[in-house]
Design a protein around this ligand. Structure first.
Ligand code: ATP
Ligand code: SF4
Ligand code: MG
Length: 456
């Protein structure tokens, strides 16, 4: 059984953006799956859905089986138990999410105290070990974030993601904003940790070349769907889907004069998820589209050993022979079996999402103690309060109580998932804000860029 199995996952945001339109994926323990695709194709939405971190109002359908248990069907209490130890997320730009006024060691120790019921001394010791694991001296635990370089801060975020020994790590653009040397170090670090601890890894990036280098398998997304999947190198070097080919062709190959003198790109823009083209969503940009592509949807089909691609030109033997359409149109109904994020659990999710700083819809009290203490730092780049409002503080909220208990969560962009009774973001929230962020209570954590996991 796979560690993670995603079946027919669909996510539609309020307003009708069908950001994920039926994704099937599997990740085994110790396996590294890369997810690539142009901006807006749904990569972060997929990542957020895995831990039910989507903003309220987002409709989610399908199944997300973590060790065989459906995350979408879990009761809130169970979900909190699974988060942190089950899976954790490192968001892009996570290094900006550390709480500026707390020592990094305390920030790493916090979820260990909360979710592993460790003593303060035990958690501090563990924080030191984690720092060493990510290549920093344990003594750096006493440093404040501003005393660390960007690469060091990103390592701290990874240490935080590892704090409760998750079985699955989702890394959403973990090296964006780092220079290439540090990027390479961080990637090697993540790779090493995954190999040594037999955890599963989902690595999200625009950069197909990085993913091909780091991951075992590669999934290419377009307009909310996986359109090609297979062994990473094969997909990169010899994509079967025209979009996969275009994406891979956009990266120059060292030593290949052809790619140097004839850089390839792809005209046009990715579609608006609220108005996805009929038929194969790629048809308006596809250089080899047939007439039927405008009307007939294409599902993933075998495209060679261990490979799948969603194109009419792909034959079962993996050749590029036009093979008829072969696939019945898939239902797009977003609400089929959908789960509203507004339900009772949704509040939990919302709060969780707030991790980096958005305001929970329920507003309210501030949980004293650690959560409050840690919260609110600057980080969450971005989220806006649902009410349209303020840039939310950031943070990762350290978990709070059961959903619905209200409160804003906040936190340091790392970790913690607020359960609902989180603490209020003290921080200034950078509010960089993404115009998409929003939703009450739950800023789009994607923009928050913290390490997020959830927590019991
Ligand atoms: N909270 C939201 N409300 C409405 N639409 C949203 C929300 N968050 C994302 N979207 C839309 O969903 C689509 C997918 O967004 P997502 O962030 O998942 O893309 P992405 O592939 O991660 O892009 P990038 O590479 O730029 O990070 C986009 O069109 C985006 O505008
Ligand atoms: S199905 Fe048609 S439009 Fe879609 S990628 Fe294949 S050829 Fe292009
Ligand atoms: Mg993203």
């Amino acid at each position: 059984m796979s560690l993670l199995e995603v079946r027919d996952l669909k996510v539609t945001y309020p307003g009708g953006a069908a950001a994920v339109r039926g994704v099937d994926l599997a990740v085994a323990a110790g396996e590294k799956l890369g997810i690539a695709g142009e901006s807006g194709c749904g990569k972060s939405t997929l990542a957020l859905a895995l831990l039910r971190l989507l903003p309220p109002g987002a409709r989610v359908g399908g199944e997300i089986l973590l060790d065989g248990e459906d995350v979408l069907a879990m009761k809130w209490g169970r979900l909190r138990a699974v988060r942190w130890a089950g899976a954790s997320i490192v968001f892009q730009g996570a290094m900006h999410s550390l709480n500026a006024v707390h020592r990094v060691g305390d920030q790493i120790a916090e979820p260990i105290v909360l979710h592993r019921r460790a003593t303060a001394a035990g958690a501090r010791r563990r924080a030191g070990e984690l720092l060493e694991q990510v290549g920093l001296p344990a003594a750096r635990a006493s440093a404040y974030p501003h005393e660390l370089s960007g690469g060091q801060r990103q390592r701290v975020m990874i240490a935080m993601a590892l704090a409760c020994d998750p079985r699955l790590i989702v890394a959403d653009e973990p090296t964006t904003a780092l220079d290439v040397m540090i990027q390479a170090q961080i990637l090697r670090l993540i790779e090493g940790l995954v190999g040594a601890q037999d955890v599963g890894l989902i690595m999200i990036s625009h950069d197909l070349a990085v993913l091909a280098d780091t991951c075992d398998r590669l999934a290419v997304m377009y307009a909310g769907r996986v359109v090609e999947e297979g062994p990473a190198r094969q997909v990169y070097d010899d994509a079967r889907h025209p979009y996969g080919r275009a994406l891979s062709g956009a990266f120059p190959r060292i030593g290949d004069p052809a790619s140097r003198f004839a850089p390839r790109g792809l005209p046009g823009d990715p579609p608006d998820p609220a108005a996805v083209p009929s038929g194969c969503a790629f048809h308006p940009r596809c250089p080899v589209a047939l007439d039927l592509c405008a009307t007939e949807d294409q599902l993933l089909r075998p495209a060679g050993p261990g490979r799948r691609a969603a194109c009419v030109h792909v034959g079962a033997d993996g050749t590029g022979t036009p093979g008829g359409n072969g696939a019945a149109a898939e239902s797009e109904a977003p609400d089929e079996g959908a789960q509203s994020a507004d339900g009772p659990d949704a509040h939990g999710e919302a709060a969780a999402a707030t991790g980096s700083g958005a305001r929970s819809a329920d507003g309210g009290g501030v949980e004293p103690g650690v959560a409050a203490a840690r919260t609110g730092t600057a980080a969450g780049t971005g989220a806006k309060g649902a009410d349209g409002g303020e840039p939310a503080g950031n943070g990762a909220a350290v978990d709070g109580g059961p959903p619905g208990e209200g409160a804003e969560s906040a936190g340091n962009g790392a970790a913690g998932m607020a359960g609902g009774a989180g603490a209020s973001g003290a921080g200034a929230g950078r509010g960089a804000a993404d115009d998409r962020a929003g939703g009450t209570g739950g800023a789009t954590p994607a923009r928050d860029h913290g390490v997020r996991s959830s927590a019991p």
